[in-house]
Ligand binder design. Structure first.
Ligand code: ADP
Length: 389
């Protein structure tokens, strides 16, 4: 076990499972701290894989490739929460894996995740496991319509969710996700939350349990994909912000999380905060921290898994706004007018270096700091308006 990553002066290599933009931005932070990275991802030319000679492009399902990745890594983390737990356990026999396989087991299945949170006293919407269409009807009868049917595993950006507005939709929603015999899916149902805002808080926690807690932000979604992140979340009382941070910390502690975590919550129409879900990795709602905070979520993730002291997550400006740059077509991964963006000389532009775009795919993001969220959002929208695909 590594006592300190800087013990003997030899560069330490952080192995990252997944090679997308989250791994890329984590790798940038690692390099800045004098560390190196190894990437495993079942793809050539991944955004993070391209940054290192330790690029394992056959992915973790290939035994020999996984073996080579383990050999190249001193400590292992992930950017992808869908890595099967047995694979994480296998790596953990040889290397420290953070977040731990046990944390990932508690998080990967949304039903187990919600049970874990509820058992820790965290406020969650009513929910139940749904193992048959009849149990779906029973849930609707008990908790009313609409409700949300969710796949317990492998859901992202709303894929895996269906809103059931009346009883005769239960069967369709259930069979839609469970009819493929090759992809066995377990389902759960959750009461529909009428919310004013969706909130998120990033929390970094190291192996000693030390914390860095970022501000409460508002996430604005369109078609289930995050469009904007507003930091700090506007129009909230100080008490609500603090409550969101407390719930986020409790959620990370409930799963004994080490690393950085994004905790998503609802602010209901009655002013209550309800937990939605936790991302056991750097999260889109924390990208603004690269320019907006003393210490970015990526740096604190690396520090946390290396058991280093954490940096402050406080904002360095009154406000920061992040806008996702989403693909608008199938084609090149670079917008046609990309250079126009650089004329906005106070906008920080990140292009992830993905080879191809798809409609709705996260291709990059931009961040603007400002004297207020309104001002920063207006600048972000002006910059976005110059991007054409
Ligand atoms: P994913 O894992 O796909 O991101 P989530 O469970 O976070 O799935 O749901 C995606 C979005 O669906 C949420 O951001 C929210 O807008 C909406 N949603 C999820 N659960 C509920 C709920 N119980 N009530 C109302 N809306 C919900």
């Amino acid at each position: 076990m590594l006592a300190s990553v800087y013990n003997d002066g030899a560069p330490v290599t952080i192995g990252i499972l997944g090679g997308g933009q989250l791994a890329k931005m984590s790798a940038l932070a690692a390099y800045r701290l004098g560390l190196q990275v190894a990437i495993i991802e079942p793809a050539e030319e991944s955004p993070a894989g391209n940054m290192t000679k330790h690029d394992f492009t056959e992915g973790w399902l290939s035994e020999p490739e996984l073996e080579r990745f383990i050999e190249a890594s001193d400590i292992v983390t992930l950017e992808n929460e869908f890595i099967p737990v047995p694979i994480l356990e296998r790596i953990a026999e040889r290397r420290l894996v953070l977040p731990s396989p046990e944390t990932m087991r508690l998080v990967q299945d949304k039903f187990i995740q919600k049970e874990t949170m509820r058992a820790s006293g965290i406020p969650v919407p009513e929910f139940a496991a749904i193992n048959s269409v009849q149990e779906g009807y029973d849930f609707g009868k008990a908790h009313g319509y609409p409700f949300v049917m969710k796949t317990r595993t492998l859901g992202y950006d709303g894929y895996g969710n269906a809103t059931v507005t009346r009883d005769n939709q239960t069967m369709v929603a259930f069979t839609r996700f469970t009819s493929d015999p090759d992809v066995p899916r377990q389902m759960m149902a959750e009461a529909f939350v009428t919310f004013q805002k969706e909130l998120a808080v990033m929390v970094a926690r190291n192996r000693r349990g030390e914390l860095a807690v970022y501000p409460c932000v508002e996430t604005v979604q369109e078609n289930h994909i995050c469009r904007y992140v507003l930091a700090p979340a506007p129009d909230l009382t100080a008490e609500t912000r603090k409550r969101a941070q407390e719930i986020a910390v409790a959620a990370v502690e409930a799963v004994q999380g080490v690393g950085v975590f994004g905790v998503e919550m609802f602010l209901t129409n009655t002013g209550e905060i309800l937990y939605n879900e936790i991302a056991p990795r750097p999260h889109n709602s924390g990208h603004y921290t690269i320019e907006g905070s003393y210490t970015s979520q990526f740096e604190n993730h690396i520090r946390a898994v290396c058991n280093l002291p954490l940096g402050s997550g406080d904002l360095i400006a009154p406000a920061a706004v992040m806008a996702n740059v989403l693909g608008k077509r199938i084609g090149s991964g670079t917008p046609d007018t990309v250079t126009a963006l650089f004329r906005h000389d106070k906008v920080a532009f990140h292009l992830y270096g993905k080879r191809t775009s798809r409609v709705g795919r996260k291709m990059g993001h931009l961040t603007v700091l400002g004297a207020s969220v309104e001002e920063a959002l207006a600048s972000a929208k002006a910059a976005e308006a110059d991007l054409f695909w």
